[in-house]
Design a protein around this ligand. Structure first.
Ligand code: GLN
Length: 484
């Protein structure tokens, strides 16, 4: 059976009815990885043995009529910045090249309890810093739609794995767009949950006040399925929300009649290619015919979001990454002088982009500059939050682009970091404001590359985004198309 076109919900149906065994299911995806990973480089680590053993245990329990978890037998890929017990977790960095955690991230623990089956760890930009997964140390990942192009980043491996049929579903993390932008570039669906909705315990930290782990999948319904298993309070993450989580899949079919969808004309008409604008306009028509009301809104401070983000994120990174000093963690450069040991370890084992961000962040936090940079950026962050609060007084969700362009060429932005930063213009605001945001495929450009649409909602209103996204996918078939 060719399972590569099956989405996660379809696989679960086949597994539950025992038309498909967990062993056959896992074996299929491992074979897909064996066939394609040498070319695409979406996985850094594949865990055949433990995956097959877990699959066997699910099958045995099922045959005996014993209880199994809600995701029993479903293969899942996990971004390599999320800690997995006894499975190497590199965060895409030479610094952590040989790091094998002795604990699971809470999300991984929850998936394990749900009987999902980890098949491997996916490629990423180093510590999540980047938008292309052109990782110089571990090698770049290719976009399955066009091997000359990047899959986006930093969760590029998870997105490419799903698009290429190497995994039905995956986890990514999103600090400034790292779930949504690769989802857009690879033609899949990805959700950044509300800040605090999903535990960050065991996520290797880049910028703690901005990031969330979230689901990536072929469909919105699969995304809802995975979110339900991951979300919820975790006492081990002090920023985790106590707000009860939901069965996100259960309510997904409710009609969206009467939904008010906000559109910021400025985002729709300026700075986008014609194909993206026209795909989004068609999406708006679909929502209108489903009974939604389109309302014009303004987000006046959004033009400063990238600037604020690229101060705040490096500041937090400079603090978070100070733990990699060669003493307690990870790699150590051999020298006989303690001071040199610190600096040489950090110079040898951090890549260029990570060093750039640490230097920027350290500078922006230094005395005399703190007020000019970090404090100023924090004020802009507050204004952006207020813009959303005002907008959500009048609308249920906001529709717009995920990215200004479709997937760019390999090496196109690498020599010019600023051009890469600017491409995050539509995604970073949701992180600065802590809001949930969904990206889904809403069409293709003339060269056949997927176009992403973004839906943003008020805090903890994942269910509204998922309902609207599901409605869109029930009326279109973009999400069913796969690369040749
Ligand atoms: N591209 C952004 C950055 O480089 C976002 C990355 C992310 O979300 N991890 O910081």
């Amino acid at each position: 059976m060719d399972l590569s076109s099956f989405n996660a919900c379809q696989l679960l149906d086949a597994l539950e009815s025992q038309q498909l065994s967990a062993e056959d299911c896992v074996r299929f995806f491992l074979k897909q990885i064996a066939n394609q990973n040498a070319t695409l480089n979406a996985f850094y680590t594949v865990v055949e043995e433990s995956a097959m053993a877990s699959a066997k245990s699910v099958d045995q329990r099922r045959k005996k009529g014993l209880p199994v978890g809600p995701l029993a037998g479903l293969p899942i890929a996990v971004k390599d910045g999320i800690c997995t017990h006894n499975v190497r977790t590199t965060a895409g960095s030479p610094m952590l090249e040989n790091y094998v955690p002795f604990y699971n991230a809470t999300v991984v623990e929850r998936l394990w309890e749900a009987d999902a089956i980890l098949i491997g760890k996916t490629s990423m930009d180093e510590f999540g810093m980047g938008s292309s997964t052109e990782n110089p140390h571990f090698g770049g990942t290719l976009n399955p739609w066009d091997h000359q192009r990047v899959p986006g980043g930093s969760s590029g491996g998870s997105a490419a794995a799903i698009a290429a049929g190497m995994a039905p579903i995956a986890l990514g993390s999103d600090t400034g767009g790292s779930i949504r932008q690769p989802a857009a570039f690879c033609g899949i669906t990805g959700l950044k949950p509300t800040y605090g909705r999903v535990s960050r315990y065991g996520l290797i930290a880049y910028a703690s006040s901005l990031e969330q782990i979230g689901p990536m999948a072929k469909t919105v319904e699969d995304t809802a399925l995975l979110l339900s298993s991951c979300a919820g309070h975790d006492p081990r993450d002090s920023t985790s929300a106590t707000e009860p989580s939901e069965d996100y899949r259960a309510g997904i079919n409710r009609p969206i009649e009467g939904f008010r969808i906000g559109v910021c004309r400025d985002h729709l008409e300026n700075g986008l290619s014609v194909e993206i604008t026209s795909a989004l306009k068609q999406a708006i028509d679909i929502f209108e015919s489903a009974g939604a009301q389109i309302v014009d809104i303004e987000l006046p401070n959004s033009s400063n979001a990238v600037a604020a983000y690229y101060v705040i994120a490096p500041c937090e990174a400079s603090a978070n990454l100070s733990r990699y000093d060669g003493v307690r963690y990870t790699e150590r450069a051999p020298t006989d002088n303690l001071d040199q040991m610190y600096s040489k370890t950090r110079a040898d084992f951090f890549g260029d982009e990570v060093q750039r961000r640490i230097l920027l962040g350290t500078f922006a936090l230094s005395s005399g500059y703190y007020d000019q940079y970090y404090l100023q950026a924090s004020k802009v962050r507050r204004l952006i939050q207020q813009d959303f609060e005002t907008a959500f007084n009048g609308v249920d969700l906001i529709l717009g682009p995920t990215t200004p362009t479709t997937a760019f060429k390999i090496n196109q932005c690498r020599q010019d970091p600023l051009s890469m930063y600017l491409a995050d213009v539509y995604t970073v605001s949701a992180n600065l404001a802590g809001l949930p945001a969904l990206s889904l495929n809403c069409g293709f450009d003339p060269s056949g590359l997927p176009i992403g649409m973004q839906l943003q909602g008020p805090r903890f209103k994942e269910s509204s985004l998922l309902r609207a996204g599901h409605l869109f996918q029930s009326q279109t078939d973009f999400h069913n198309r796969r690369p040749a």
